[in-house]
Design a binder for this molecule. Structure first.
Ligand code: SF4
Length: 334
C-alpha cells in the first residue's frame, strides 16, 4: 500500500521545457555554415499530469511527444526548462537520487521486441529491476515475477518464465514489458505507443489490461500516441503537439467534442467512427509536417492551415485558457 499523506494534486509539472538536438554535420559543413543547426524537438511546453489520471500526448511523428516522455524520465537531458515530480525538481537530482527515483517512474516502449534483452529469459528480464533496486533476488524475486506474470495474463507463468523473447507472440511480449514496468510498483508509467505494434485483435485487450492495472496499482499514466481513437478510450485529459509545441490541451470531452485548433480538428476528422452511416467531414492539413530545424515563423501550423490569415505567419499564438480545462494556441480563438 502506498503511504497516504497530504499530496499535491499534480504528480508531474513541466514548465518551459525545451530539447534542441544539434544536427550532426561534417567539420567542413559546420565551418562553412559558421553555425550549429538544431532540431527543435520540444520547444517550450508547459503542462501538468494529475495524480491518478491518464494524460495523453498526441500528434504526428515528429511532433515531439516521444522526446517529451523521455525528458520527464530524464532519459535525455533538456536544453531548458523545469520538471517537477511529486514536488521534487528532478533536474537538480544527482545520479544516485535519480536512480532511486527511477523505481517510481517506469516506461513501456513501443517495440517490445527491441526493449527486451534477447539473451535474457522472460522471467529474468521482468525481475531485473527488482535486483537493480535491491528489492528482491533469488526465490523471492522468482515468486514476485510469477505473481506479476499471472496478473498481466502471461500464462502459464511457470512455463513462460524460462522462455526467451523470440519464443513469445507479440501480444505476450507486450504483456512482459508491462509486467517489467509494474513489478516495481511505480507511481508514473510513461506508455509510449504501447499498443502500436500489437495485432488489431489484442489492442483492445491490452488497453483494457492497462486500465485495470491502473486502478489496481493506483497508477498515473502518460500515454503517448499518434492514434486519437485509442487515446479516446484510455485518456482523461489530452495535449495535442505539433512541431515541438502544445497547440491544444484539455479534458477528453472538451478536446474531442469541441476541438478548437485546426490541427486537432484535422486529426479528429481522420478517426474512424463506429457508425458507418455517420458522415464526418474530413479536414486534412495541406502538405507535409515542416522541417523542425527551421520551423515556420508565427504559428508553426500556418503553411498547412486552411484558416490561416496574415497575422498567423507573423505572430506566434500563445496557449491560453478558453474554457474550463481547455487551452488552445490559435489566433482564431482569442
Ligand atoms: Fe491556423 Fe492561424 Fe490558428 Fe495557426 S493561428 S492554427 S495558422 S488560424
Amino acid at each position: 500500500m502506498k503511504e497516504i499523506k497530504e499530496m499535491a494534486e499534480n504528480l508531474v509539472e513541466v514548465r518551459g521545457l525545451k530539447k534542441w538536438f544539434p544536427v550532426q554535420k561534417s567539420f567542413i559543413e559546420t565551418f562553412l555554415a559558421r553555425r550549429v543547426d538544431y532540431v527543435r524537438a520540444v520547444d517550450g511546453i508547459d503542462f501538468e499530469i494529475k495524480r491518478g489520471e491518464v494524460f495523453g500526448l498526441a500528434g504526428e511523428s515528429g511532433s515531439g511527444k516521444t522526446t517529451t516522455g523521455r525528458l520527464i524520465l530524464r532519459l535525455v537531458e533538456p536544453t531548458e526548462g523545469q520538471i517537477t515530480f511529486d514536488g521534487m525538481d528532478i533536474l537538480s537530482l544527482d545520479s544516485k537520487a535519480m536512480h532511486a527515483l527511477r523505481r517510481r517512474m517506469q516506461i513501456i516502449f513501443q517495440d517490445p521486441y527491441a526493449s527486451l534483452n534477447p539473451r535474457m529469459k522472460i522471467g529474468e528480464g521482468i525481475g531485473h529491476g527488482l535486483e537493480i533496486h535491491g528489492i528482491a533476488k533469488g526465490k523471492l524475486k522468482r515468486q514476485m515475477v510469477l505473481e506479476m506474470m499471472e496478473r498481466v495474463g502471461l500464462t502459464p507463468a511457470a512455463v513462460l518464465y524460462d522462455k526467451y523473447p523470440h519464443q513469445l507472440s507479440g501480444g505476450q511480449r507486450q504483456r512482459a514489458v508491462i509486467a517489467r514496468a509494474l513489478i516495481l510498483h511505480p507511481d508514473l508509467v510513461v506508455a509510449d505507443e504501447p499498443i502500436a505494434m500489437a495485432d488489431v485483435s489484442v489492442k483492445a485487450l491490452l488497453l483494457e489490461l492497462m486500465l485495470e492495472l491502473k486502478r489496481e496499482f493506483n497508477l498515473t499514466y502518460l500515454y503517448i500516441t499518434h492514434d486519437l481513437a485509442t487515446a479516446k478510450y484510455i485518456c482523461n485529459r489530452i495535449a495535442i503537439m505539433y512541431l515541438g509545441k502544445i497547440v491544444e490541451l484539455g479534458s477528453l470531452y472538451e478536446v474531442y467534442s469541441h476541438p478548437l485548433h485546426p490541427y486537432t480538428e484535422a486529426l479528429l476528422s481522420a478517426v474512424p467512427v463506429p457508425d458507418p452511416r455517420a458522415q464526418r467531414r474530413k479536414v486534412l492539413p495541406k502538405g507535409e509536417i515542416p522541417n523542425p530545424i527551421n520551423p515556420p515563423s508565427g504559428c508553426r501550423f500556418h503553411p498547412r492551415c486552411p484558416y490561416a490569415k496574415e497575422v498567423c505567419g507573423i505572430e506566434e499564438p500563445r496557449l491560453v485558457e478558453v474554457g474550463t480545462d481547455h487551452l488552445v494556441a490559435c489566433h482564431l480563438r482569442v
